[in-house]
Every structure is written in structure tokens, then in C-alpha cells.
Design a binder for this molecule. Sequence first.
Ligand SMILES: *[C@@H]1O[C@H](CO)[C@@H](O)[C@H](O)[C@H]1NC(C)=O
Ligand SMILES: *[C@@H]1O[C@H](CO)[C@@H](O)[C@H](O)[C@H]1NC(C)=O
Ligand SMILES: *[C@@H]1O[C@H](CO)[C@@H](O)[C@H](O)[C@H]1NC(C)=O
Ligand SMILES: *[C@@H]1O[C@H](CO)[C@@H](O)[C@H](O)[C@H]1NC(C)=O
Ligand SMILES: *[C@@H]1O[C@H](CO)[C@@H](O)[C@H](O)[C@H]1NC(C)=O
Length: 362
Amino acid sequence: MLSPVLLTLIWSLGFVLQAFALPYHGADFSSLLLLESTTNVTYSSPSSPPQPFETILADYGTNLARIRIWTASTYDLPYGLALAKRAQAAGMDLLIDLHYDDTWADAGHQAIPSGWPTDLEGLTAQVYNYTKGLVTSFNEQGTPIQFIQIGNEINDGLLWPTGQISVNGFGPASELLHAGVLAVRSVSPTTKTVIHLANGWDEADVAYFYGGIFNVSSGEEGLGGGLQESDVDAMGFSYYPFYGTDATLTALTSSMESVIGNYSKNVMVVETDWPAVCNTTATPLSEPTIPVSVAGQEYWVQDINDVLDGINLLYPDKAIGIVYWEPGWIGNAALGSGCADTLLVTSTGEARESMSMFGLDM
Ligand SMILES: *[C@@H]1O[C@H](CO)[C@@H](O)[C@H](O)[C@H]1NC(C)=O
Ligand SMILES: *[C@@H]1O[C@H](CO)[C@@H](O)[C@H](O)[C@H]1NC(C)=O
Ligand SMILES: *[C@@H]1O[C@H](CO)[C@@H](O)[C@H](O)[C@H]1NC(C)=O
Ligand SMILES: *[C@@H]1O[C@H](CO)[C@@H](O)[C@H](O)[C@H]1NC(C)=O
Ligand SMILES: *[C@@H]1O[C@H](CO)[C@@H](O)[C@H](O)[C@H]1NC(C)=O
């Protein structure tokens, strides 16, 4: 039996951990409606019969739903609106992730949607009008957006080739992002704008991007101006362990400290995951001491949380959350990694112990 002193100690420790919890414990479960409409998947937890996945996530502590939206096809606006309704009904805030593409946009793909202009002036107007219409649709259905990403993993810009930094410099990308922000602010001034980069651990890459993207002064305020520091409420980063062994927690710490030190913005790790099953010979992980296991999934997220808590000691309240990418995408368990399974549920949809991360580790 535990002594009262020990119990008090455990209680205090719990209190301290609680005090350090980040405000946002997120999950990107964008694939949910697709799965429900194309498979017979059900989700459950050891303590509950089958329930909607968002209910299970919320019960485990998820309070932020990240939802990707494409300009056409699978993850189009009606899809995003429908998923947002369910997430909000489950008690979650929304982080809407605009890809500005008819399909996946990421650090290696950023195609101009079909039917959109390709010249900078036309594209800028299109980004403004599309974004304004989209945010208005969320407002009108009663699911106002708390956070919105203007682009997804835009390290080399967006809407290529027009907005591709390595092709046309920072000017066009900066103007396109500014147009997206102006559109959001024109109809939803309380929505927080987010710029999202891949490889958040890579300080040099992050510094290169922000050093250039804010260094475009043409036009200033209106459409045609470049992205201003005041346009950006939060900086979001992907942080994965399987795309290079340089993606260490130490590197993440330096990079986040550096970018907050320079720009004083909120930061959030908006995409991450860790394998329960992986052949690490084929896919070496950036933190090899963390086990490849269900327990390891929690250690990884707890370690990211520790990095962000440490940053908040230096820069109070700047680090605001972590988002686990696609915890329930059964049938796609590798989730773009070289690992076999990074899900937080089993292949039959039962929550693994690691689902506790949303309540305990973020
Ligand atoms: C779903 O279950 C029904 C009834 O068992 C079956 O007929 C159908 O093929 C299943 N659909 C899929 C996509 O597995
Ligand atoms: C602006 O967006 C709306 C949808 O929100 C669309 O109906 C309209 O055609 C667009 N206008 C232009 C000029 O692209
Ligand atoms: C922050 O500014 C310092 C000094 O100019 C620079 O060396 C560093 O690369 C910058 N980092 C980021 C992430 O912007
Ligand atoms: C900022 O812009 C000026 C003028 O275009 C350019 O000379 C300078 O190299 C740029 N700095 C960065 C960090 O991109
Ligand atoms: C793991 O990957 C290595 C390198 O690709 C391969 O040689 C080995 O057969 C794989 N092992 C398993 C169990 O799949």
C-alpha cells in the first residue's frame, strides 16, 4: 500500500504535468468519412462498444481536429464541412489545412488546381476568392474555424511553378500567402492563420524560408503585397522520424527556439507519428533509442511534448500543441512512411494503449 506521503508526491507530480500540458492535443483524421463510405470499419476502445471515431478520440482527450481540404476530388469542401460538423459536435476546435491543390500538396508537390489561372495576378485573386468563400462556408454552417493553414508543407512555395520559390524566388509565394491571409481576415478576424512547413527540425531550412518570405515589401497592405509578419498567427511544422536521421529531438529544440526567438509566434507540431511496427533496417528512425512499439508511440509524443514544454519555460505560452497524423487510417497503416504500421488503433479498429497520448502525453 502506498504511503500518504508517496500519494501526495504522485498527486503533485500529476499536478505539475497537468500544469505543463499544451493547450491543443490534436489528431488529423481527415480520412474518416472516406473510410466510412468505402469500408465497413468500426472503431472501439477496450472500455466502449463501437462508436464514431471522433467520439473515441474526444473521450481520450483530443480537442483539435485537423482537416485537409483539396480544391477538388476526395477531400473537397463539402467533405471538409461534413467532417468539421462532426468534430465540432464532439467538442473539438478546428485546424483547417488548405492544400490549394486538387490532390495531395506536400514538400514535393504543389500543383495549380485545374481551371485556376496560372499567372500571378490571376492566381492571387483566385486564392483570395477561394479562401474567402471557403471560410464563409464554415461560418455559415456554424463551424467557425479556430486555425487555418494557408498551404501545406510549403517549404518551396505553393501553386507551382508560379509560386515556386526555387523557380521564381520568394516574391510570388509571399504574395499568394498574403492574399490567403487577407481573405481569412476579411470574413473571420478571430481565425488564427498558420503557415506550415515540413521538416520543422531543420533550422537552416526554416530560417531560409522565413528570412525570404517576409522580405517582400511590394504593395504592402492590399492584394499584391507580400506576406507580413503580422499576417501570421502561428507557425506549424511537420516532424517525422522516418525521413532522415537528422530529425532528432535536439534538432527540433534548436529549430523551435530559434524561430520563436526571431519571430515570437506560436508554434505547433501539426503532423507527427511513430511506428508500432517497422523494419528499421530499411527505414532508420531519427531517435533509435525510442522503441518501435505501441509504448514507443507514446514516448515519442511525450518527448516532443517535453521539447515544447521546455520552450515554454523560455518563451511562455508560445508552443501550443501537437497533432498526430491519421491515427485511424486502417488500410493505409504505413501512412506514407517506410514503416508497416503507425496507427493508434488495431487493424480491427480497437484503440491501442497509445491512444492515451491525447490525455497523458501532449
Ligand atoms: C460490408 O459488409 C457487407 C455485409 O457484410 C458486405 O456485403 C460488404 O461487401 C462489405 N463492404 C466492404 C467494402 O467491405
Ligand atoms: C469566387 O468564389 C465563389 C465561391 O465562393 C464562386 O462562386 C465565384 O465564381 C468566384 N469568383 C471568381 C471571380 O472566381
Ligand atoms: C534567427 O536569426 C538568427 C540571427 O539572424 C539566424 O542566425 C537564425 O538562422 C534565425 N533562425 C530562424 C529559424 O529564423
Ligand atoms: C531581402 O531582399 C533584398 C532585396 O530583394 C535582397 O537583396 C536580400 O538578399 C533579401 N534577404 C533575404 C534574407 O532573402
Ligand atoms: C528489412 O529491410 C531490410 C533492408 O531493406 C531487408 O533486407 C530485410 O529483409 C527486411 N526485413 C524484414 C523482416 O522485412
